[in-house]
Design a protein around this ligand. Structure first.
Ligand code: IVH
Length: 662
């Protein structure tokens, strides 16, 4: 018989499992709706039985009242930084130096990923998380306990009765979630984060932990702070202890006995790190023995027993030949660097984002400057800064344009953004329509950018509802449009009427509503009409929806023009209801099959996952014997190895497509 206590334990365990899948691997194993139902049940159960509500229940992760400011607190032990090097020779010299000082001792080392996040120190007393600090100046840091408590995969309690267990590590923004965040921000007309570290740092700086709770921050812990009542004498033992206590430890570490093994480990890490959940920028080589560490001591800045070996970042220097201005869907003007073409990370780069005018000013970037550009992972190339020594007198200031490059309307400042206020601006219209028809939104087959441009120019389409009024005649009357292609486009338009509700919500291009938000809204409200009627408060009850998004939705649905658009879409026969997963017509059902996605796919991972779910399949985050297929893209790492080890079938994307087509 299930007692409330038993049910509570089962719920807590299940929610934690889903949290790990969602936050650490960005590969959810259930729908938001099912997750919400579990969470709701937990809250109700705890309301009826308050004694079950422990400090480490997932219900305690929602964040609390905003702080006026952070309190600064002294570190029990200073948080040091590391010396770093880009040269393997220097790394070997560093090891030689240790060996000379510790003559006669047998040295062993641990190699760990250098996680590109934000350093924090956590303090557990008698097993309870009591404090979390930023590094600050190394002596004193900000108390960000409330923000850290929202990190789903961080235990608030550990099975240790040590009076003091301080553990240090990095808070990071999971890479997959970061890509998604930036796609959403871009789609929602907001500024993108330059890299995952900035996203993590920006989130941790929030004084309102309820907002932090809505972001999928994660953490990895690798080092000791103050310890009392903890038996441990080496780094390898410490990492084992971290894992045993259920704390998130580095994905992979190497135990090495000599320089040759160190070099091999550093090389192996460089290939494997691409499959890690966090961004890495190097390897940290640490002396294993704490007794010998103490003998080596530290300089004023860094310990003498560890060094960071940094992998050369994918950077290049080139000339800034010009700046063009791109008009976004919401009218925001983005300055784009036009560069002298340069080879970077295997591709020729001619353009890079300058983010906004504030950034240009801050970095003092001028036309004709030599600039450093960077491309990290899947991130769009960006201008990092100016090589000031190479500046000549011939450089010129970059002036913000006064007029919209597309419609010549006078531009206006909106915070750090310059915007075109003209709602009829053809560039904005085109971007809006492009967003609606895009693969991540309504996915209208055949409706690409150049066709949309033609349609806007011919005055055939002004808003999304106009797509559904297009005739075969109108389409085949366009230049370069064959009868057969026109038929395909019409078929694509008709098919899109049945798209799932979240795609329509996302496609409408409401400011601040990204794909994730749209999914959450569709799962919660089930119909567009219920969503349109919801007030700010009700909207804020939805997981992943904050005040800013809620207000934006209310404003959008409150506009006469938008209401008319909705009515025209309804008349055109678009689906306004959330659908249940069903097998696609003509395809095979994937009912009962579990998939794991890994590596870089040609489409965003959530799009592929959605397609699998729509066909009745399940998508899981880790490979087990029960996995039916692993779908592997480029640079697939440990999950592919797991599949091979367990004898699970591996498909590439074409293989998946074939399987789905039956
Ligand atoms: S050990 C006293 N291990 O990189 C030594 N640091 O550039 C403490 N970092 O300050 C640091 N991954 O914030 C260590 N596996 C790792 C790390 C790591 C990332 C950070 C840390 C450090 C900085 C130095």
């Amino acid at each position: 018989m299930s007692t409330p206590a038993k049910r509570h334990r089962a719920l807590v365990e299940e929610i934690r499992r889903h949290d790990r899948a969602y936050y650490e691997e960005a590969a959810p194993t259930i729908s938001d709706q099912d997750y919400d139902a579990l969470y709701r049940e937990l809250i109700d159960l705890e309301a009826a039985h308050p004694e079950l509500r422990t400090a480490d229940s997932p219900s305690q992760r929602v964040g609390g009242a905003p702080l006026a400011h952070f309190t600064t607190v002294a570190h029990a032990q200073p948080m040091q930084s590391l010396d770093n090097t880009y040269s393997a020779t220097e790394m070997e010299e560093f090891v030689d130096r240790m060996q000379r000082t510790l003559e006669g001792q047998e040295l062993t080392f641990v190699v760990e990923p250098k996680v590109d996040g934000v350093a924090v120190s956590l303090r557990y007393e008698h097993g309870k998380l009591v404090q979390g600090l930023t590094r600050g100046d190394g002596q004193r840091g900000d108390d960000i306990t409330a923000n850290l408590r929202t990190i789903r995969t961080l235990p608030l309690e550990i099975k240790s009765d040590a009076p003091i267990f301080e553990v240090r590590g990095e808070v990071y923004y999971p890479r997959v979630a970061f890509d998604k965040l930036n796609r959403q921000r871009e789609a929602a007309g907001e500024a993108v984060f330059a890299n995952p570290r900035n996203a993590a740092a920006g989130t941790l700086k929030q004084l309102d932990s309820r907002l932090v709770a809505k972001r999928p921050l994660a953490i990895v812990l690798y080092g000791p702070g103050e310890l009392r009542g903890v038996e441990c004498g080496t780094q390898s033992e410490f990492l084992k202890l971290v894992k045993k206590l259920g704390l998130p430890a580095p994905e992979k570490t190497w135990f090495c006995r000599d320089k040759a093994e160190l070099l091999r480990a550093v090389e192996e890490l460089d290939t494997e790190r691409r499959g890690f959940a966090y961004a890495t920028d190097g390897a940290v080589v640490k002396l294993d023995s704490w007794r010998l560490r103490a003998a080596l001591g530290a300089t004023s800045k860094a310990p003498r027993w560890a060094i960071a070996y940094k992998y050369s970042a994918e950077k290049a220097v080139t000339t800034l030949e010009g700046v063009t201005f791109q008009v976004g869907r919401t009218g925001a003007i983005t300055p784009v660097a036009e560069l002298k073409p340069v080879l970077l990370a295997g591709t020729v780069v001619k353009r890079a984002t300058l983010h906004n005018f504030e950034e240009i000013k801050r970095k003092d970037i001028r036309l004709g400057d030599h600039v450093t550009i960077e491309k990290a992972g899947e991130i769009i190339p960006a201008v990092l800064g100016v090589v000031v020594e190479a500046r000549t007198k011939a450089v010129r200031a970059i002036e913000p344009p006064a007029q919209c490059p597309a419609c010549e309307h006078k531009l206006a400042w909106d915070g750090i953004f310059l915007r075109c206020p003209n709602r009829a601006c053809p560039a904005q219209t085109q971007r809006k329509l492009g967003h609606f028809a895009a693969r991540g939104a309504m996915d209208i087959d055949g409706m690409g950018e150049s066709l949309i441009e033609q349609l806007v120019e011919a005055d055939l389409v002004k808003d999304p509802a106009d797509f559904y009024a297009l005739t075969l005649e109108q389409l085949s009357g366009l230049e370069r449009m064959a009868e057969k292609s026109a038929q395909n486009v019409v078929a694509g338009i008709v098919a899109s009427k049945q798209q799932d509700l979240w795609r329509l919500i996302f496609g409408l291009g409401i400011l601040h509503v990204g794909a994730g938000g749209a999914r959450a809204l569709a799962a919660h409200f089930h119909t567009l009409d219920k969503l349109a009627a919801a007030g700010v408060e009700e909207l804020q009850n939805v997981r992943d929806v904050g005040e800013v998004m809620a207000e934006s939705l209310v404003t959008w649905f409150g506009s006469e023009e938008n209401r008319e658009l909705i009515e025209r879409l309804r008349k055109a026969g678009l689906n306004f209801e959330a659908q249940q997963a069903a097998a696609p017509v003509g395809g095979t059902s994937l009912e009962g099959k579990t998939f794991v996605l890994t590596g870089t796919l040609t489409e965003p991972r959530d799009v592929v996952a959605d397609r699998i779910r729509a066909a009745g399949g399940k998508v899981a985050s880790s490979v087990s014997k029960k996995t039916s297929y692993v779908v592997a893209g480029e640079h697939a790492g440990s999950k592919l190895e797991d599949a091979q080890r367990l004898g699970v079938a591996v498909l590439d994307e074409a293989g998946l497509a074939k399987l789905m087509a039956g």
